[in-house]
Design a binder for this molecule. Sequence first.
Ligand code: FAD
Length: 500
Amino acid sequence: MSQPLAQGLRAQRAPAWLEPLAGLLGEGHLLTSAADLWAYARDRLPYATFHVRDGDLPGTLPTAVACPGGIEELQAVVRLARAQGVPLIPFGAGSGVLGGTVPLDHELMVDLKRLNRVIELNETDASVTVQAGMNGGQFEAWLNDRGYTCGHLPQSLYMSTVGGWAACRGAGQNSTRFGKIEDIVLGLAAVLPDGRELRVRPVARRAVGPSVKDLLVGSEGSFGIITELTLRVWRLPEARHGVVLGFPSLQAGLDALRTVMQRELRPAVVRLYDAEESAQRGKEAGIGAALPILAILEFCGLPRLAALERDLALEIVAGEGGVVLADGPYRHWMQHRYESYSPQWQSRDHFMDTIEVTGGWSQLPQMYERIRDGLRALSPGMYFGTHWSHVYPEGACQYMTLRLPPMARDEALRLHRQAWDVAQRVCLSLGGSISHHHGVGVFRNPWLKEELGVGLELLQGLKDHLDPANLFVPGKLALRGRAGAVDIAAAGGTTGEHAS
Ligand SMILES: Cc1cc2nc3c(=O)[nH]c(=O)nc-3n(C[C@H](O)[C@H](O)[C@H](O)COP(=O)(O)OP(=O)(O)OC[C@H]3O[C@@H](n4cnc5c(N)ncnc54)[C@H](O)[C@@H]3O)c2cc1C
């Protein structure tokens, strides 16, 4: 502890546990400087960005940041926190966009980035075991060097950790072929709130009751800290065939994608853009009045098989009036696929956010139109663009971008929250799911009760059992918060119900 404690630190907590914590972590691995505490007071939740760029905190400062160097050290941190009643938040890389790592009550941040080793590549079982704090980009590069990919390639690949992928139940850009992270995780290890280690051995499949693994995957740190993951791996594809398509209508594009999936073809990349986004990306390729809708498909794998799948898909596309266009938009997308676009808008005082939901094919057209019309009614100046990626035989992820022009922050925050409410409620009313892969964090709390029904009580019961003192990531995942903690939902004036 080389720096004085920052403002916002709760003085009564400091003497009780900071010194022993510093002792067990060793020199340089407990951060308490004001700069460090500010850096860990937010993630990529846009609501947090809107506050931080004005010099405000979205929640509170953390009390300190612990950086354990191994599993036993992490267990010791958890036991000390439990003994002292210290709330904590596991921290991967802070790329979450729902406020999962935003401290609401001066929590201790537990940064996992020192747990950053690949433990074993098992080429016979086609699996790799990796520590949870490893950077996603470094992990994928390590695999690529050996001829493999883990198939999970989120846009945030280089700014996220492997553990964060599993904790948030994320989806990579090739998920249509390789699955979401819950399809890729074979086994895991985690430290529970009482300090014990939970291990789920990696096996192909099992039938021993409900999946314990899936209690951790998607629990966003509330039930335990994931320390190790065993993931599926695939050989790097020998061939890639990217195609760019123009469709005469959005419905024709949706129907083509549905048929491609229901005929059991396996594109790795599927992206269908609405007219707004198509116009921005596809003009040079031929998007216009006759073909207002752009789509990108990629098939990969063994050269003959990938080419055959592409050709079969193109027959389906032609049946819906789709036309193959010049491949500029595919090459552009490949080149920029890991870049983040939000800073360019947010640094210019715009209020930008993205909302991803899941709908069945029968629900998606209405889901799109009702959300679009609802947002236009709310604010005619709001930008609204949508694409459909992460596609299944049953339905797809609908990924929406909203952008408000510069305006007074209070007014923008009110419109921003109302826009979320419209999108989530339309989705619920049509029977979809309010999140496909970004997770819940704190910002989605208001809509979880309607999403999960009695299921939310089951999660709360499990939480109460595992973590009776409510120390792991309190107040997130719509689970009970701590008395006196910042309530971001209430601060935003949402009309939704809060579970706490
Ligand atoms: C520009 C941009 C693009 C994005 N693109 C995608 C995308 O394509 N696909 C996608 O799925 N997401 C995407 N995201 C969201 C985000 O990157 C993912 O949710 C990512 O998986 C979070 O990983 P992280 O390591 O940064 O987690 P953090 O933000 O550090 O943590 C997120 C949550 O998980 C918990 N947590 C983190 N690590 C652990 C652990 N080891 N054990 C238990 N709990 C843990 C935290 O407490 C927190 O609640 C994007 C975000 C940005 C900013």
